[in-house]
Design a protein. Sequence first.
Length: 165
Amino acid sequence: MALTRRLMLWLGFMSSLAFVLALLLPTPGLAASEVREFSDPVTEQRYRDLTATLRCPKCENQAIDDSESPIAGDMRERVYTQLQDGRSDKEIIDFMVERFGDYVLYNPRLEGRTLLLWGLPVALVLLGLLVVTLIVRARRHASARDLSAEERARLDALINRERTE
């Protein structure tokens, strides 16, 4: 009887301990999620597209729809309110760039200050092709040139020496 009682107490203690540990563990599935209500599915899709294409300034390379940082939450709220105010996607993106900088764009705009960013890869590829072309052309000309009279005499001497030995 005492053994059964001890066993029941032990099982009760262990289940209580497991319950407390389960409460202390992080549960991503139960994280607070923002609920947004939209008047139509088109606006909801625009919201999803915008939050997926804007980068969180705090989270290196994460879109604001995936980020849990407070600034991403603020950005999502601003996107939502501006959509509710009837602003276009371009106006919302322009506002975010003005507020947070070009970093929020995954693909920076083609402007004077970003011209080097967009043009440098193309320029490097063209430069590489030019260098390869020049090397191939130089090797082709080097292998096709005739021997000088001195080189020809030296080659003949080596060939004759090999035949006599």
